[in-house]
Design a protein around this ligand. Structure first.
Ligand code: TPP
Ligand code: MG
Length: 550
């Protein structure tokens, strides 16, 4: 038995089923131990994709995903993925190799200080210096990665420690952990604030999307009958059909959902994580905010709650509802605004302009996705449109990154979702910029035999930045590029590709793509003139009218 064997048996003990990565020669002992294990080694074509996949595994299951790379260059390619998991609160364990630490036969060849690089990007970064410590370090790594607030942990296993002979040491067994529930005094205080409120509103933030929390939150909202809105990463956390959904705050102010937010006198902010672009801006005056979370709030210029309810969110909100059910005659004061807000979002959703408008694309995607289907977004202008306009009825069915907001994660995150849920429809939605940042993973997706459709929105530009440039009054400059013929590009990977040629062509093309199974790429031209018309001109007028009124 050597260090690598101890590592792999500790990973098996954690229930790890697969490791994503690109090995180097420093990992060969680990690769050999994996060959003899129950764990599958899933090769990707870039380490970044391996990290995005592992992080998404953690996000969707609550169990840390694992990625692997060599030292120096490979490890550095994992850094964006580490930051993605750190900001996005996704449990992940990152394993990297290193040259031997007991002797230096290759001097400083390929050596960078990976542990120092990973330290600010992870919850814990650690170099393993003895095989004897591996079982306990691995157990600790998974505990730290998975406990609130979840995130990435980095372990560096140098090649000589991996190869070092060691006695067989049993892995450290894990046990279930029951989290503390909010204190009765905090529950009383929170209940008091809610009873006093005249226009209460619930906000569901990123932590509301933790796996398995949706039933408790749906119950909480149903019992209180207080209308709610989501942040971008809190979408779906309350099951659909409640009739209390007021919208998603994809922008920080002036959007239609802010009609309700601006009028609220109390916001019950469940699981808000300030890594997200602010869903609303606190300032002098404004509503009171009650923060409900696994952990205390992070105080910011734009977020400074007046009271906090800290503890395991599910049981804590159930206790809160026990104190409040039937005692809130003003729960629905803001509800009459709902219809108007949702009607504005539905505008132009069926317009037959070609190239297609973002509203039409969101609308058509919703038509072909079943309630349980999962849409995974890359980062670009369309993220705002999907966040505002795409209605989710099931938690974690619109996976987007409003934390690091990196380009390039759309396809790998969709690949992970397709691996975890082979019977659900999974759609990656990418801009022509973001898709090309990790398009090499089409090979991985085909090799893995995934059922997956990739939708590319073509504007031949870094559209989001081009829009910002225009909105800020700069001349149009430096944001356009050419694209490959995406259908031919898909074909080169052995992937079927289709181009949408008319406004009515998107739904049938997506249906056919899903119907065919396997990996399918669909490309559709998008008309982004709506960005300026709606998100700048219309909302500016709306914002000023609204302020005048209230
Ligand atoms: C890795 C990375 N680089 C740069 C950015 C800044 N950025 C945000 S959106 C965007 C443009 C995205 O272009 P595309 O993928 O084509 O989507 P579009 O906005 O055109 O729909 C850029 C450059 C980023 N978020 N992540
Ligand atoms: Mg683009």
């Amino acid at each position: 038995m050597n260090g690598a064997d101890l590592l792999v048996s500790a990973l098996e003990n954690e229930g790890v089923k697969q490791i994503f990565g690109v090995p180097g020669e420093e990992n060969l002992d680990i690769v050999e131990a994996l060959r003899r294990s129950t764990i599958k080694l899933v090769l990707t074509r870039h380490e970044q994709a391996a990290a995005f996949m592992a992080a998404t595994h953690g996000r969707l299951t609550g169990e840390a995903g694992v990625c692997l790379s060599t030292l120096g260059p490979g490890a550095l390619n994992l850094t964006t993925g580490a930051a993605y998991a750190q900001l996005g609160a996704m449990p992940m364990v990152v394993i990297t190799g290193q040259k031997g630490i007991l002797s230096r036969k290759q001097a400083r060849f390929q050596v960078v200080d990976v542990v120092s690089t990973m330290t600010p990007l992870t919850k814990m970064a650690h170099q393993i210096i003895s095989p004897m410590t591996i079982p306990s370090i691995v157990r600790e790594a998974f505990r730290v990665a998975q406990q609130e607030r979840p995130g990435p942990v980095h372990l560096e296993l140098p090649e000589d420690i991996a190869a070092e002979q060691a006695p067989e040491i049993s892995p450290v067994p894990s046990h279930p952990i029951v989290l503390p529930v909010a204190h009765p005094a905090a529950l009383d205080r929170a209940a008091g604030l809610i009873v006093e409120a005249e226009r209460p509103l619930i906000m569901l933030g990123a932590a509301a999307s933790r796996p398995r929390l949706a039933p408790a939150l749906s119950d909480f909202v149903r019992r209180l009958q207080i209308p709610f809105f989501n942040t971008q990463m809190g979408k779906g956390a309350v099951a659909g059909g409640s009739g209390l959904y007021m919208g998603t705050a994809a922008l920080s102010e002036r959007d239609y959902v802010h009609d309700a937010i601006d009028r609220a006198d109390l916001i019950i902010s469940v699981g808000h994580d300030t890594v997200e672009k602010p869903p609303f801006l606190m300032g002098p005056g404004g509503p009171r905010v009650l923060h409900v979370g696994y952990l205390p709030a992070t105080v910011e210029e734009v977020y400074f709650p007046h009271a906090e309810l800290i503890g395991d969110v599910g049981p804590s909100v159930a206790l809160l509802a026990d104190r409040l059910e039937g005692r809130l005659p003003r729960a629905g004061t803001l509800l009459p605004l709902r219809e108007q807000i949702l009607a504005r979002l539905g505008e132009r959703a069926e317009e037959s302009r070609y190239p297609l408008t973002p509203q039409r694309i969101v609308h058509d995607v919703r038509q072909v996705m079943p309630e349980e289907g999962i849409v995974c977004l890359d980062n670009g202008m369309y993220k705002i449109w999907f966040a505002r306009n795409y209605r989710t009825r099931v938690a974690n069915t619109l996976l987007l990154d409003n934390a690091l907001a990196t380009m390039g994660a759309g396809l790998p995150s969709a690949m992970m979702a397709a691996m975890l849920y082979p019977t659900r429809r999974v759609l990656a939605v990418c801009g022509d910029g973001g898709f090309m940042m990790n398009s090499q993973e089409l090979e991985t997706a085909t090799r893995l035999g995934l059922n997956l459709v990739v939708l590319i929105l073509e504007d031949n530009a870094y559209g989001m930045i081009r829009w910002k440039q225009a909105a800020d009054g700069f001349p149009d400059f430096g944001m356009t590029f050419g694209n490959p013929d995406f259908v031919a590009y898909a074909k080169a990977f052995g992937v079927r590709g289709s181009r949408v040629e008319s406004a009515d062509g998107l739904v049938p093309t997506l249906e056919a793509a899903f119907g065919g199974g396997g990996v399918h790429l669909v490309t559709v031209p998008i008309d982004y003139s709506e960005n300026m018309r709606v998100l700048v001109d219309e909302l500016r007028t709306h914002g000023s009218k609204n302020r005048g009124r209230s």
